[in-house]
Design a protein around this ligand. Sequence first.
Ligand SMILES: *[C@@H]1O[C@H](CO)[C@@H](O)[C@H](O)[C@H]1NC(C)=O
Ligand SMILES: *[C@@H]1O[C@H](CO)[C@@H](O)[C@H](O)[C@H]1NC(C)=O
Ligand SMILES: *[C@@H]1O[C@H](CO)[C@@H](O)[C@H](O)[C@H]1NC(C)=O
Ligand SMILES: *[C@@H]1O[C@H](CO)[C@@H](O)[C@H](O)[C@H]1NC(C)=O
Ligand SMILES: *[C@@H]1O[C@H](CO)[C@@H](O)[C@H](O)[C@H]1NC(C)=O
Length: 760
Amino acid sequence: MMTGPLRRKDSWLRILAIAFIVSVTEAGEPTSEVRRGPALHRHKRAWNWQALYTGEENIVTTPVQIGKLRNNKSNEYTQFIIQGEGANSIFVVNQQGDVFVTQKLDRETKSVYRLRAKLIDSITKHEIEAASDFEIHVQDINDNAPEFQGPFNGSIEEMSKEGTPVLTVKATDKDDPTIANGKVEYKLLTDTDIFAIDQLGVIRSRVTSLDREFKSQYKVAVQAKDMYGQTNGFSVTSTITITVTDINDNLAYFPKRKSYTFDVREDEQPVISIGIIEVEDKDEEQNKDPTFSIPEKFSEIFQVIPNQRKDGNLRLKKALDYEQQESYTFSVFLTEQKVKLPPGASRENRAEVVITVIDVDEPPVFTRPVYNISVQEERFPFRFPEIISAKDPDKINHRIRYYIEDNACPIAVDADSGQMSLKWKLDRESLAFHVCQVVAEEKTPNGKRSSVTVNLVVMDINDNEPKLMGGDVFVCDSDNRGTVIGTITATDKDELNGVFHFRLAKPSSNFSLSDNNNGTATLTVKNGKFSTEDSADHILEIEITDGGTPLMKSIDLLAIKVCQCNSRRSPEYCRPARATTGVSVHALIAILLCIVTILVIVILIVLRRRYRKDSLVALGKASGEIHEQLVTYDEEGGGEMDTNGYDVSILTSARHDGTMLPEPSLYSIVKKPPACKGDMAMMIEVKKDEADHDRDGIPYDTLHIYGYEGPGSLAGSLSSLESSSTDGSLDYDFLCDWGPRFRTLAELYGVDGSDSDCPY
Ligand SMILES: *[C@@H]1O[C@H](CO)[C@@H](O)[C@H](O)[C@H]1NC(C)=O
Ligand SMILES: *[C@@H]1O[C@H](CO)[C@@H](O)[C@H](O)[C@H]1NC(C)=O
Ligand SMILES: *[C@@H]1O[C@H](CO)[C@@H](O)[C@H](O)[C@H]1NC(C)=O
Ligand SMILES: *[C@@H]1O[C@H](CO)[C@@H](O)[C@H](O)[C@H]1NC(C)=O
Ligand SMILES: *[C@@H]1O[C@H](CO)[C@@H](O)[C@H](O)[C@H]1NC(C)=O
């Protein structure tokens, strides 16, 4: 019970106490000697000291003599005087040296009184004998009961060995510990068959069979009594609590039922918990630590593992099948790894588990998880040798029908037999892999269904021609005979399992082609000099075979450019070749077709134009009249009846911003001022009438501008419109009257005679 530091403190105390005693001894006061008996001092030989003792706790009504001071020199003329602790109050002395105690004393308050005595002459008061020290000892009586310093609590593990200390109690007594009065003895008053206490207050177990599950706490009465070794004395009793702590000394067990039953649906997914197998343990929670096992035969399907509460959690490891097995019965064994069992006890508990499988209507099951089928491209019609097959796993065994929902799937499936066939011809080069889902459905209302993946691989046949894959091949004008000018190779959309072979379909006098037998061919100059000036094109026809079965062959064209090269044979200028590489006959036909189409369209357009012109002429409009119509006019546009024939908005807007205003021609600006209102009005009416009844006229409104000279003009109209009819019959003599300025005009109009007619 004592800890290290405490013990060290205690020894320190002891050292201090020793030091104290030493110092007291050095001071020349051998207390122990003084206390024990008569002091034998040389100088104080006259004093005859008997130790003075007095009892404590005595009821003092009159002074009680406790001793006598003796001195050889004392007589009837001498007198004793005492000084020191309690002198003349607690203790008094008379002339004869009798010492009295006047009060009740308590050793526990003060056990020794130190005094000093003198002998004087009672008359002269002179000191006869030198002062001497003496002590009065208060004798202990057992007037104090021991006291417990508690409270004390202890604990002990159950099943601890005999003699295992539980705790130490301590009681103290104020009485003199050197005598029985202050010595304490301990005793257990209860549970003495289980615990024992020694004289140091250590309580130990007396048995090994402490069992928390039987009794987890003891209230033990312990007594402390003084007057050690005697039957009398004071005693005190205290109750201490001793707790028995738990260890895992009980095996967990299946309570109540030996048989656990569970129902599980056959479509239950693995890993779920089927149920809990309760487990109990007499030990405390932390000492409940079961492990479970089941027979190996069932451990593939079921599993029991402890859950948080350390009960058995029964789990499903594999889906069940009612059609295979309808129930399972097995034992669950339970054990605890760290358990201290009494010898001979069973180390295993078991319970029986019964699992009933519940039937569920299940969807059809396919015979294969996936169907991988294949077909050669271009093969059609085709029936696949593989047959889709699914079965209703339930006892009823419904019949199944098959179908494919996706219309894009190239496979058709027979609803009853599951026979698969192709719906159309497949081309590996456009799609080599198809995935379809085939559904199997029970032939009942609301029948369950499931689907399976069908992977269709389209296998290759050699159905594509090889294609030339030549880069830019050019020949330098400096190239000599034997120069390698390029390597050509080919591609094929089919899966290649042969080697391309090349040869010239038409022998060329200028180039040679040699097949390398590794899918490439080398072009070499065979003949002579080339020139960029030469307009001849060098086009080789190359026959390529792809080495597949059946052998596919194609003839591709390869145009070779002629270039001017530098010394390192890199081209600097090339004359563009007119034909490009590999223009096939199909392409040429397509181009030709385009050209023909364009030509036909052009001819049609031209024909249509001509027809329209003809019909305009056929309307009988004289070209002259049209001219008259086309005299500059200001278009007002937007007539009342013909808004859709002519977009007026353009005109109006143009008019407003003024940008598109037609410039009035000079002709329209030179106008004579209107002379007579009547004439003008009549003239407008006439023109309006003309316009209204003009059937050949342009249908929309037009603004006609007419020059009107008016009737009052001497010059008459300058218009030529009517001049033809009157020409010649007119007399222009008046021109002469106008003066010399108009002479030329007069001459022009052939005024009669000559210049003489005119007065100038
Ligand atoms: C005094 O008494 C002591 C013994 O108590 C004795 O030894 C001593 O001789 C006596 N002295 C006289 C003077 O009587
Ligand atoms: C001793 O045990 C009692 C009862 O279990 C408890 O009430 C008390 O607090 C404990 N005292 C100490 C000092 O542990
Ligand atoms: C079926 O084909 C798929 C995809 O090509 C492949 O992953 C799978 O292994 C094949 N299964 C069988 C059984 O051949
Ligand atoms: C094919 O053969 C030619 C000549 O033997 C050689 O130069 C070329 O590297 C070969 N090509 C390949 C792809 O093996
Ligand atoms: C060979 O080249 C020459 C000169 O460039 C040319 O005139 C001739 O037509 C070519 N021969 C063939 C078969 O292309």
